[in-house]
Design a protein around this ligand. Structure first.
Ligand SMILES: [Zn+2]
Length: 412
């Protein structure tokens, strides 16, 4: 059989993503949480592909489906390629899974080019955190960062993570064995951007430089609940109006700070009634920046701003930090290879940070990691309208081919 063209490979990868989107917990939409029944069907389909490529296939104790291919005579360390196969509720067809179907195409490309580069493809079992409220279960295990306490987590039906793993026919006491060792030279994750940047700039792909750091706080604004009809404006202690003034300040500070995104996405108003002045409001704050110092400075400024607004209005505001996660840089050398590959594929070299977390973030702590983004049409993701353009997938494969060749030249 003659080798497929890149366009044919792109078509096949897209068709597989669409087919896998039908393997769902729900009849009319795509929802595939960690180790639920449709995951077995996804494994079956991917396993057949891996076996057809001559790979040695196994499912590790965290439910990651892994295929390994060792080129004849090669003793080089292997490159891992992959992404996740779980989804959010009512998901699109490409988040995660595209990185798996493209990993399989890459393995075949490496074989056809007879590259002396051992390859492992991993379909990570869990990244979204939907079933157990904690993300990256699959990559934590592969990255050697799985905390056994996670096994006690329960899903909405009261099933523990440990029981879910056993019900899938796996042994949770073996999770340590899922961790990759020193025989790995790197990890490459191909993923849709899930945002509007590449489309706005008319670009197909980008090399990811880092996953941004993230801080989350909850702020509680306290005033005084009172009658909405009898309390004159100048005698009010309106917690919601104070929070609202601050929310506009959050937006403004972020708009005027390069690379900063800051979001108030959740409000809990007490008593939350149309005819009562709000006595208390709990407000979320999510701040992200690729530079940790910039992020910390911004969070500090936003909290100072909250105190100033509260003081002027006679309110009290208290904040609690929920999360403080530093930025995770991708490996400089592999990212430089990726940038070279983008250029060699005849594409403009775009470098950008990722505002969302990915398996690459977890794997980067264990092994040199690079990440390639593809344009998301309409910037849409975590939605059934999520899409990719065939020409962009073809372009990504052209980049991957050159990246594989570059790595093979290093090890060969
Ligand atoms: Zn994803």
């Amino acid at each position: 059989m003659s080798a497929r063209t890149m366009a044919e490979r792109a078509q096949r990868a897209i068709a597989e993503c669409r087919r896998i989107a039908d393997l769902s917990e729900e009849p009319d939409r795509t929802t595939r949480r960690f180790l639920t029944p449709p995951v077995r069907e996804v494994h079956q389909l991917l396993r057949e592909r891996m076996e057809a490529l001559g790979m040695t296939v196994r499912v590790d104790a965290a439910g990651n489906l892994r295929g390994r291919w060792q080129p004849p005579g090669s003793r080089a360390r292997r490159l891992i390629l992959g992404s996740h196969i779980d989804t959010v509720p009512n998901a699109g067809a490409f988040d995660g899974i595209l990185g798996v179907t493209l990993a399989l195409e890459c393995a075949e490309i490496a074989q056809e080019l007879k590259l002396p580069l051992p390859i492992e493809t991993i379909a990570f079992s869990e990244e979204e955190g939907v079933r157990f409220g904690v993300p990256f279960i699959g990559s934590r295990a592969a990255g050697g960062r799985f905390d056994a306490a996670l096994l006690r987590l329960k899903d909405a039906d009261g099933v523990t993570l440990e029981a879910a793993i056993r019900a899938f026919g796996l042994d949770p006491t073996e999770i340590d064995k899922a961790a990759i060792g020193a025989d790995v030279l790197g990890f490459l994750e191909v993923h849709i951007e899930q945002g509007p940047v590449l489309e706005a700039e008319g670009l197909r792909v980008a090399a990811v430089t880092a996953i941004v750091g993230q801080t989350r706080h909850t702020l509680t604004w306290t005033g005084h609940a009172n009658h909405a009809g009898t309390t004159p404006m100048h005698l009010r202690l309106d917690a919601l109006a104070g929070a609202a003034e601050w929310m506009i300040a959050v937006e403004s500070i972020a708009q005027h700070t390069e690379g900063l995104v800051a979001t108030v996405g959740h409000l809990d108003v007490e008593p939350n009634a149309a005819n009562v002045i709000a006595g208390a409001v709990h407000v979320s704050l999510d701040v992200r920046h690729v530079n940790d110092t910039e992020r910390k400075t911004a969070v500090e400024a936003l909290l100072v701003q909250a105190q100033a607004i509260a003081a002027r209005r006679g309110l009290v505001v208290q904040s609690t930090r929920q999360m403080d996660q530093p930025a995770v840089p991708m490996d400089e050398r592999l990212t430089a290879f990726l940038a070279e590959a983008i250029e060699a594929a005849g594409l403009p070299v775009k470098r950008m940070s990722s505002g969302a977390g990915h398996d690459a973030m977890v794997m980067a702590a264990r092994v040199p990691t690079a990440m390639l983004f593809l344009r998301s049409p309409g910037g849409i993701s975590h939605h059934p309208d999520e899409n990719v353009l065939e020409e962009d997938v073809t372009a990504a494969l052209n980049v991957c081919e050159r990246f594989l060749q570059r790595l093979a030249a290093e090890v060969g």
